[in-house]
Every structure is written in C-alpha cells, then in structure tokens.
Design a protein around this ligand. Structure first.
Ligand code: ADP
Ligand code: ASP
Ligand code: MG
Length: 814
C-alpha cells in the first residue's frame, strides 16, 4: 500500500492533472494506492478572499466566484472526454452554486465565522478530487472517491482541528479493507462529531495523507509537489538552494516548523510513530531522486541540514526585578497565552531570570499584550514587572541539523556571519536537543540573513561579492573591464563570485539584482534612469545585499559624503577618491572608526601611488610592530613625468598638457602642479602612521608662479607659457650641477613637507623615470637601507588594478 499526495500546483491545470494521472497509472501496476489531493493551486486563497469580501459587503466576491467556477469548468472540458463531460459540469455547477449561496449568506449577515470559513474552503478539495476521479474514469481507470469528511473525525476547533485518531484510524482501516485498488481523497477537510465540516489547517492536505499512511500502515508516503525535494533553503529566496537527499523526521519537523512550506509540520508525527518513510517528489520531474524523510537519514557531510525562516513575528518581553528567583512567572505567562489560544513559536530566558522573551505570530501581538498585562496587573502596579514590551516587524531565521550537537562553533559561525553583514540579532534560542539554533532579526534583513547563512554553511563552492561602482570614467571603465576579465578566474581559483550589481555616473544609475552584464554595461547604464548619488546610495542600502562593496572611482565630494551612511550599514567602501581621507582629520578618523564599529572595510590604497602597494606595505609594517622613523617619497606621477620630460627645449606648458592628455593628472591638473595632491598623499601616509595632521600643518614650497594658479584651467596654461623663463631657469640651475628636479614629499619627526629639490645621481630618488612614484620607508627595522616601493604611480589601468586589489581585500575580510 502506497499513499501519495499531490499538491495545488500538481493539480493546478488540466495539463498538470494529466501528469498526475500518468504517475498514478504507472504506480497502480505495482500497488494499491491511496491518493490525497489538494485544491487546484490558489483556489483555497480565492475562496477565502470571496468570503472576506462578502463579509465586508463588497459585491466583488461575485466576480471572483465566477473566476473560480470558470477555471474548474474549463479544466473539466480539457480533461474529460466530451461524452462524459456533462455529469462533471453539473457537479461543478452544483458545487459552485452552493459556494455562491454560502457567500450570499455571508454577504447578508456581514459575518464570517471560523466554522463558515471551513465550510467554504472545503469546496476546493471536494471539487478537485471529484474531477480527478472523472478524469481517471475517462482513461478507463476506476477510482473510488472517498469523502474524507466521513473518515477523518476531529474536534470542533475550526481552522485547525485536532484529529480523533481512535475513530479516524478505524474508519480508514475499514475503508481500505475492500477490493478497490485506487482511492482518491480530498485533503485538508474533515468533520467534527456533529458532522460539521472542519479543516486541518492551511497546507493540511499533507497531514491528511500522513494520517492515511499511518492508519493504513503504508510502505511509504509520497508528497508530490512542484520542487524536487526539500531544499537547504526556500528556493524562492536562495538561488543556490540544494536538494537534501535524505533527512531525519526530527530535522524535517524543525525545518517545517520554522517555515519550510514544502511540508506542513503536523504531517511528520503520524508517520514517525510508524516509521514510514516520506518521499518529497516533483510531479514535473518525476524521475528525480527527491528527498526521503526517515529515521536513519544518511549524513551528506554537512553539519547543517537546512535553513528556514518565518516572517511576521512579534517579540514579547516581560521584564522586571520582581521576577528574579520567584517561581511561577513563566507558568503564568504561558497560561495567559494559551488561554487566549496564542501559539508560542520561540522562547528565550536570560539566566539572570530578569526577563522572558517569547516570539509569537504578529497577528496575535495586541491580544497577547492585553492578556499578559492583565495577568500581571498586580505586579505591574507594584512596579515589580514592567508592562509587556511588544516589538513587531521581526522574523525568525533557524539553522537545523541533527549533527550540530557534536560540533562546536556553529553558533559562532552563524552569528559571525550575520554580524559581518550588519544584521542585528534581537533574540536567540537554541533547543536543548541542539538540533536548532534560531535568531530573531528584523524582517527587512531576513532575506539577506538566509543568504548569508546559506553561503556560510552550504556554499563551499563560492562566495558572492556584490559590487556597486560610482564613477564610470577613465578609471571606472578600466576597473569594470578588469572585473569582467577576471570573473571566471576568481570563481575558479578563489571561489569568489564577483557581481557588479550597480553602476552610477554623474547622470545615470543602474542596479540589477542579478548582476549587470559587464560585456554590455555602457549601453545598460545609458538606458538606466537618471539618478544622483543619494538615490543610488538609498537603493544600495535598501537592497541590503550581503558582502556589499561600494567603490568610489570619482573625484567628487558629493560621493565621498555617502561613505558614512554606507559603513554604518556594514557596506565596505573602497575609495580611489582622495577627498574623504584628505579632508579634516576628524572626518578621516570618523570613517576609520565606523569601519571598525560596523565591521566593514574602508580601503583607499590608490590614494597614494595609484596601484602601488604603499598603504598596504605601511599597514603591514605597523601591524607587525615596526616603527616608522621617516618617509621620503616622490608621489606625483604627473610631476615626475613633467620633470623627466622637460629639458628646456619644449615649452613647460606643453609637457604638462601631454601629461594631462595621457591621463596622468587629476581632472584638474593644477592640483598636481601646485603640489596640493602630493600634500594630500603625504598627509594620508602620516595619518596612517597615527599622526594627527591637517593640510595646514604641511609645508609646501611651491615652484609655480602665483598667477598660474588663478582663474581657469585655460588661464593656467596661458600663464605657464608666459612664465616659460621661470621654468627654464629652474631646469638650468639643476642641469648645471648634473642634478635632476624632483618634487619630493617628506615626513619626519611628526612634520611633513613637500617641494621641488635638486637630486644628485647618488641619491635613491635620482633613478626614477617616466611617471613613476617611489616611497622610501625608514623604520626601526629598515634603518640604513629603506624599504622601497617603486613603480608607475599614475595611469588609469594601474589605478584600476589598485582599486581591484582593495575590492579583493574587502571581499576576503567580510
Ligand atoms: P504544494 O501545493 O505542492 O503543497 P507548497 O506550495 O505548499 O506546495 O510547497 C512547495 C513550495 O514550498 C515550493 O514551491 C517552495 O517554493 C516552497 N519552499 C519553502 N521552503 C522550502 C524548502 N526548504 N524546500 C523546498 N521548498 C520550499
Ligand atoms: N488547499 C489547502 C491550502 O491551500 C490545503 C493544501 O493545499 O494542503 O491550504
Ligand atoms: Mg503544501
């Protein structure tokens, strides 16, 4: 004997029912079958909606009813041969008339009781099951229709009735002791001792099937649905959810209790007692293995079996000094809740006994507050207990697995993962069986939480990094190209799945949850909507994706202003933009502190020496306990390029223009020529060593005539032309001695300075070509010979690669 249950989608259309019939005819060759069916998918909700509309006096219920009727009629027409259709069509019409009568009554009375709801909803399963019997008959397969209301007997708790197993089991046994081989049974419905229709709770057809399986001592129970088994997480939320091939009854029960909708929680109990294996199978992929729920479920190597979640949770906290050491408080709390028929989903109590916290369905929150405050009126008046605190918009996320108990560190990993992604945990519960750890989080974070945990526990294959790029100019476009080129390498070698989810320039922005196609990003951005950086930031925060990294490849102060908001949401910031780190010390410090506090990286390697590992090297020295004595550096790729190319023959202004045209200068080249950009860089290095230093503290012996720095960029070039003599003199003075001109930055003894210097051939800085930068670190460990970092210090390609390296650092830390 085999019991099968087909869910709403499986019987949701004529085509699907054909698939069900094919499965049944195949199985019937082997065994006697008890087949439980749901209503056609969506019918139960639609019937409930009709009832509610009618109760509100809204005639729209009539139209909805017509839709329900139409759907069933057209299914009959498609499914059943014309000669046999009329009997079925009148069955559907008759039932739909009854539903209409019921709704008209509800409409007239403006009243919808739980008892009436059960009657109304029962039609869904009654209709589908009779249609299937007829469809089978149309194919020459005899099936016996069973009125489950006459077989499953319950108490009168409408909406969620409790089964009277003694009578029910007897009824089932006498039912199957006949020669019939195939029984079609409407799920979900039952009746009370007075034969009034009851239901077993939403999703209850699974339960009907389990009741039949247990009573009939079936070989196994098969739940046929629209997914290929129970999965490691809800597949609608986690794209990489995997099928669990085998799971224990207890694990399945925990997962379903905490929200895995694929099986209705009460289903497990009857089959567990009889040790009947339960298979979850896919009607639309019938040959796939599916999931088997049984006693001795094999381990698949994962400590965690699955992750599930429940939304719409309210947390009730009862607190007060009067509770400490006084027995009976919890008893009274739970009695108050059960007296009001409020189901408790989660319980936690601190060992101080100063507070008890319970999670309930949010629809019950106000009622709970009323009954609990009432139960503790005396204590509240005497201030021994505070009035109940109710928090809403919460969800529970639960990790489930039989093997957790023998593995320390699971909760560490769980809460570490949530913390690193800025997800605040409001309450925690762990069953003493250690089969489940649950955390209460804000509903806004639940999707992210499940994905973070899924990645931590199941996706050894890769970690997803979600990148948002602000600035799609010179460096930005190179960066995006590099990211695109490296995507498959990073996936294969570092197990990182890099996705650029958002790109913005000064006019437009585009965000795509599934990641932007980087081979076509320019067009996609061009088609994007007009936006500004605040809106872009709002959207990033609202998306709330795990492992998010914001990349600023602009030179805009507006963009630098959003870092604080992002870091506070645990979104890492990688800045090529120097504005934030080179503005006031207070602001630099604040960003560093936020990065620490909220566990998000704040990285800006390219602020100094473009792609060269300058800040990284300095950080490594300091972290390993070295002490910086002084720093000497040539930090301007532009100035080095200019002084390496200027020989008094070409105009100085033309050499500067060449540097700008080749993309080495800041967007405004005066920042380079004035020495300001070098000041910013040496200041950032000094700050990284711990120095509290501002721009005003840095000495700058500028070599530029003042008039060049006034007015526009055109003026800057024309004034340089006028002052060609001045530049030639500077050059000649150095050349006469065999020296080179270098714009040098120095940090020594807490002081920083920048300026043009003559460098002789014996000095380290002499051999510095093109647009190179060099940084010499003199430290306790590198006393005589400095640690030298040297190489190209400007250019979009190398800058982009430095930004890329920071992204990798942020990704691996998070
Ligand atoms: P049926 O109508 O067949 O009873 P349900 O809609 O009740 O189907 O349950 C199946 C659905 O449960 C799947 O389509 C899936 O979206 C959802 N689901 C939620 N959590 C899980 C999970 N952990 N594993 C599989 N499916 C899940
Ligand atoms: N039709 C019912 C519901 O939607 C029962 C079920 O499908 O399991 O809740
Ligand atoms: Mg279901």
């Amino acid at each position: 004997m085999l019991v099968l249950k087909f869910g709403g989608t499986s019987v949701g259309s004529a085509d699907n029912i054909e698939k069900v019939i094919a499965i049944l005819r195949e199985k019937l060759k082997e065994e006697k079958l008890l087949v439980v069916v749901s209503a056609m998918g969506g019918t139960t909700d639609a019937l409930l909606e009709c009832g509610k509309l009618a109760a509100l006096g809204n005639e729209a219920y009539k139209e909805k009813l017509r839709e329900i009727e139409q759907r069933h009629i057209s299914t009959v027409k498609e499914l059943i041969p014309v000669q046999q259709q009329s009997a079925q069509l009148s069955m559907v019409k008759k039932m739909c008339n009854e539903i209409e009568d019921l709704c008209n009554g509800i409409f007239l009375l403006n009243e919808l009781s739980v008892r009436t709801i059960d009657k109304l909803l029962s039609y869904g399963e009654l209709l589908s099951s009779q249609m299937i019997v007829a469809a089978l008959a149309g194919k020459g397969t005899e099936a016996k229709w069973v009125d489950s209301r006459e077989v499953i007997k319950t108490n009168s708790e409408f909406g969620n009735a409790a089964v009277d197993y003694a009578i029910t089991n007897k009824n089932i046994q006498s039912l199957i002791n006949t020669n019939d081989k195939l029984f079609i049974i409407p799920g979900f419905v039952a009746s009370d001792p007075r034969n009034i229709t009851t239901t077993l709770g939403r999703g209850g057809s699974d339960y009907t099937a389990a009741i039949f399986a247990a009573a009939a001592n079936a070989n196994s129970l098969e739940i046929w649905t629209d997914v290929s088994g129970m999965m490691t997480a809800d597949p609608r939320w986690v794209a990489n959810a995997k099928i669990i091939s085998s799971i224990s009854y207890q694990e399945a029960m925990e997962l379903s209790h905490f929200g895995a909708k694929v099986i209705y929680p009460p289903t497990i109990q009857p089959v567990l007692t009889k040790n009947i294996p339960v298979w979850i199978k896919n009607t639309f992929a019938k040959d796939e293995h599916g999931t088997v729920i049984k006693n001795d479920a094999e381990s698949d190597g994962n400590i965690i079996r699955g992750i599930s979640s429940i939304n719409n949770i309210a947390l009730l906290s009862l607190e007060g000094s009067g509770m400490v050491g006084v027995p009976g408080f919890s008893k009274r709390l739970f009695e108050a809740l059960s007296g009001a028929s409020i189901n408790v989903i989660l319980i936690t109590q601190g060992s101080s006994e100063h507070s008890i916290c319970v999670g309930v369905d949010a629809v019950n929150a106000d009622k709970a507050k009323r009954v609990i405050d009432q139960a503790f009126t005396g204590e509240i008046a005497m201030r021994r207990v505070e009035p109940l605190i109710v928090e809403k918009d919460l969800s529970i996320v639960a990790l489930v697995g039989d093997h957790m108990k023998s593995h320390p560190g699971i909760s560490g990993k769980m809460f570490g993962g949530l913390g690193k992604n800025g997800i605040n945990v409001r309450a925690i519960a762990q069953g003493s069986s250690e089969r489940n750890i649950s955390a209460v989080v804000n509903t806004a974070d639940v999707r992210k939480a499940i994905n973070v945990l899924h990645e931590e526990f199941f996706e050894t294959s890769y970690k997803q990094i979600n990148i948002f790029v602000a600035g799609a100019g010179n460096v930005g476009s190179k960066l995006i190209r590099q990211l695109h080129q490296q995507q498959s390498f990073l996936r294969d070698h570092l197990r990182l799945q890099i996705r650029v989810v958002g790109i913005a320039n000064s006019k437009k922005a585009i965000i795509k949850n599934e990641g932007i196609d980087l081979s076509n990003w320019e067009k996609i951005l061009g088609d994007g909507s007009s936006s500004n950086i605040e809106q872009f930031t709002d959207e990033i925060i609202e998306k709330n994706l795990r492992n998010s990294v914001f990349v600023d490849v602009t030179a805009s102060d507006k963009v630098a202003e959003v870092y604080e908001r992002l870091l506070q949401k645990t979104i890492s910031v990688v800045a090529c933009n120097k504005i934030a780190c080179s503005s006031s010390y207070a602001r630099y410090k604040k960003l560093k502190e936020l990065s620490n506090e909220f566990n998000a990286s704040f990285l800006f390697e390219t602020n100094v020496g473009a792609g060269l590992p300058v800040i990284g090297t300095l950080t490594d020295l300091l972290r390993s306990g070295d002490n910086v004595q002084s720093i000497e550096a040539v930090l301007s790729g532009t100035l080095n390029f200019v002084f390496n190319h200027y020989d008094g023959k070409r105009l100085f202004a033309d050499v500067v223009k060449q540097a700008q045209d080749e993309g080495y200068t800041e967007p405004d080249p005066r920042l380079d020529l004035s020495g300001k950009d070098v000041m910013r860089k040496i200041m950032i290095l000094a700050r990284e060593t711990g120095e509290k230093i501002e721009m005003d503290d840095i000495e700058n012996k500028s070599f530029m005539p003042e008039s060049c720095m006034q007015g526009s960029v055109e003026n800057f070039y024309s004034e340089m032309r006028k002052h060609e003599d001045h530049f030639k003199k500077l050059y000649d003075a150095a050349a006469k001695e065999g020296h080179k001109l270098k714009f040098v930055a120095r940090y020594d003894g807490g002081k920083a300075s920048v300026g043009l210097q003559h460098i002789s051939s014996e000095q380290d800085l002499y051999h510095l070509y093109g647009k190179d930068n060099v940084v010499l670190f003199y430290t306790d460990r590198y006393k005589e010979q400095p640690l030298v970092v040297k190489g190209a210090g400007a250019g979009a390609e190398v800058t982009a690669s430095g930004v890329f390296a920071d992204i990798m650092r942020a990704a691996r830390v998070n």
